[in-house]
Write a protein that binds this ligand. Structure first.
Ligand SMILES: NC(=O)c1ccc[n+]([C@@H]2O[C@H](COP(=O)([O-])OP(=O)(O)OC[C@H]3O[C@@H](n4cnc5c(N)ncnc54)[C@H](OP(=O)(O)O)[C@@H]3O)[C@@H](O)[C@H]2O)c1
Length: 258
């Protein structure tokens, strides 16, 4: 998505909240036509009413969901896909996968693999023909968790490390084609739902950000994504790591004591 690309249609996944929603808002603010994708249609429709995007309600971890997206895009060429859908479920220690809650824990690992890895894989591959037609860009939102590990985080870090393999490998496999492959790896982003959906209750979720002087906000990441897309056509931002000043690693977060 830059001066030399004729089409300007962008697909943003995980658009019903957080970073994806902020990315839709930012791109629409620039006048870019956007297809917003997530499972919850109602939230997408509300967003569409505010910013005027197209919507596709689909579970991208499934073949039907990916097909619904390609059916919607149809014969149009794409300027970019922002594969952002994903998230974390639980903070289970590795050993819990062998304990009394084993099946529930392993279920959460599978869910994280599906929503982060399978959904990104299906999204990007389903849209490759439309991206090829438009000389479009692939943006994958991974995480600091794609490079680090922390206690209670193995299910999520395993999924994000695996997700990172997609852009890293695709960049080699598509070498010679005018398709840029960009990975965005944020640290702590205070979004409305990420920690809530991970931990299941509001108080625990808010404790993740308690006392942190300036966690990232979804809009910070959205702006960074748009910046990578607006570089000249020959410039590929392979990896953009973006963290709050108050964070120097997954477990090294500065907090002001009350
Ligand atoms: N927040 C952070 O601290 C942080 C840090 C680094 C990286 N990240 C990554 O950034 C991305 C966005 O995070 P966020 O904080 O914005 O989280 P969020 O607010 O929970 O948003 C996640 C989005 O993904 C969608 N989604 C999940 N599974 C899906 C599926 N199978 N098919 C379609 N859509 C699906 C959700 O919508 P529906 O439920 O409506 O489908 C939602 O719109 C994720 O990949 C996350 O891992 C977040």
């Amino acid at each position: 998505m830059n001066d030399t690309h004729a089409p300007d249609l962008v697909v943003v996944t995980g658009a019903s909240s957080g970073i994806g929603e902020a990315t839709v808002r930012h791109l629409r603010g620039l006048g870019t036509p956007v297809v917003a994708v997530a499972r919850r249609r109602e939230r997408l429709e509300t967003l569409a009413g505010e910013v005027g995007c197209e919507v596709v309600a689909a579970d991208l971890a499934t073949a039907e969901g990916a097909r619904a997206l390609t059916d919607h895009v149809g014969a149009r060429a794409l300027a970019a896909v922002v594969a952002n859908a994903g998230g974390a479920r639980g903070v289970d220690p590795v050993e819990a996968a062998g304990g009394e809650e084993a099946e529930a824990v392993i279920g959460r690992w599978r869910e994280m693999y599906d929503m982060n890895v399978v959904a990104t894989l299906r999204t990007v591959t389903a849209l490759l023909p439309a991206l090829r037609a438009g000389g479009g860009d692939v943006v994958v939102v991974t995480s600091m968790a794609a490079r680090e590990f922390y206690p209670g985080g193995a299910g999520y870090t395993a999924a994000k490390h695996a997700e990172r393999a997609i852009p890293a490998t695709l960049r080699m496999e598509l070498l010679g084609e005018p398709i840029r492959i960009i990975e965005i790896a944020p640290g702590l982003v205070h979004t409305e739902e990420f920690s809530l959906r991970r931990l299941g209750d509001r108080a625990r979720a808010e404790a993740v950000y308690a006392g942190v002087p300036g966690p990232l906000h979804a809009a910070d990441v959205a702006e960074a994504i748009a910046w990578t897309l607006s570089r000249p056509a020959h410039v590929n931002i392979d990896l953009l790591e973006i963290n709050p000043v108050a964070q120097a690693g997954a477990t090294r977060v500065h907090r002001l004591t009350p």
